[in-house]
Design a binder for this molecule. Structure first.
Ligand code: PSU
Ligand code: MN
Length: 305
């Protein structure tokens, strides 16, 4: 039944048959996370980094009633400039497939699709989390819940300080998600390497992370591991500067009554505008860095089996 909804690119279908390491990529970062044409360039180059490091990329989206596992270049391009592409979270998944609309998958739904396809690793920029002002609006990203019960391992650069980082960590702890700091003691804050929030677990090699993942699977613990990988030193933004930009963007969102699924895309676009594109450059560089580590991890994991 499931198979009739899944459609694989040639590259991914061959990789699955040959049991090669595969790394999933999300598409909301393309449609709602970055402007065109940088978004499409970023998506293509991320895929090539994954190939350079010995794995096969599988960008995921919903097109014409199918869950696409691996996109062709024209599909990437279409998604990158289609203003009608929907941001699809878990609650929207079945509807967007059934109505044959164009859907970009978030962290949550990319994890779902990757699991359906048997892919264990997924690279992105940043995950959603507990939003600031949680006490009032209870805005918690569905990404966190997905990490708790879907067995796909996610490589990211932490979470932006548009989120309430300590509460995000508490939430992940409550729901049993292993959060790894890759070569760091602290949760990275996306644009900056440090957040001031200490993590429970630091691992310095992809081999060590792969071994934890293998053991978790053998113990049949069905949740994702979140691997947090700091932005490279030379690309990070100055902490006080970016935090003040984020503060302003948060106020803008509040004043303009932005709510629900529009909050994160609104904030991302506002930050790009206020930084004159500096945040976009940093965002792209951290995705490339995650692609490298994600591919290395998928390769290391494949050698364990
Ligand atoms: N953070 C980013 N860039 C993004 C997103 C988050 O820096 O593109 C996207 C991801 O797809 C993530 C989603 O899964 O936003 C979270 O949205 P929400 O906060 O509405 O759950
Ligand atoms: Mn939300």
């Amino acid at each position: 039944m499931l198979n009739k909804y899944l459609s694989y690119s040639k590259e991914v279908s061959e990789a699955l048959k040959a049991n090669q390491p595969i790394v999933a990529l999300e598409s909301t970062i393309i449609s709602h996370g970055m402007p065109y044409p940088q978004n499409v360039e970023m998506a293509k180059h991320t895929e090539s980094i994954i190939r350079e490091h010995g794995a096969v990329p599988a960008t995921i989206a919903i097109i014409d009633g199918k869950i696409k596992i691996g996109l062709e270049e024209d599909e990437l391009e279409m998604l990158g400039k289609n203003p009608n592409a929907l941001k699809v979270s878990r609650r929207d998944f079945a509807y967007v497939v059934a109505s044959k609309q164009v859907g970009a998958t978030t962290v949550a739904t990319t994890m779902m699709a990757a699991e359906m396809a048997g892919i264990k690793f997924f690279v992105t920029g940043g995950i959603g989390g507990v939003h600031r002002g949680y006490e009032e609006d209870m805005d918690v990203s569905a990404d966190l819940e997905e990490l708790a019960h879907t067995n796909v391992n996610v490589i990211c650069a932490g979470a932006k300080s548009i989120l309430d980082l300590p509460r995000t960590l508490e939430y992940l702890e409550t729901h049993g998600v292993t959060v790894v700091g890759y070569q760091t003691d602290e949760l990275p804050a996306f644009f900056t390497r440090e957040s001031g929030h200490k993590l429970n677990l630091r691992l310095d090699t992809v081999e060590d992370i792969a071994s934890v993942i293998k053991t978790k699977d053998e113990l049949q613990i069905p949740s994702g591991v979140l691997i947090t990988n700091p932005i490279p030193e030379e690309h990070q933004l100055e902490k006080d500067y970016i935090n003040s930009v984020i503060e302003q963007a948060t106020l803008d969102a509040k004043n303009q009554n932005i709510s629900g699924k529009d909050v994160t895309p609104f904030m991302l676009a506002a930050i790009v505008e206020k930084t004159g594109g500096k945040s976009l450059e940093a965002n792209i560089e951290l995705v490339y860095n995650n692609a490298k580590v994600g591919a290395q991890l998928a390769v290391a994991h494949s050698k364990l089996n």
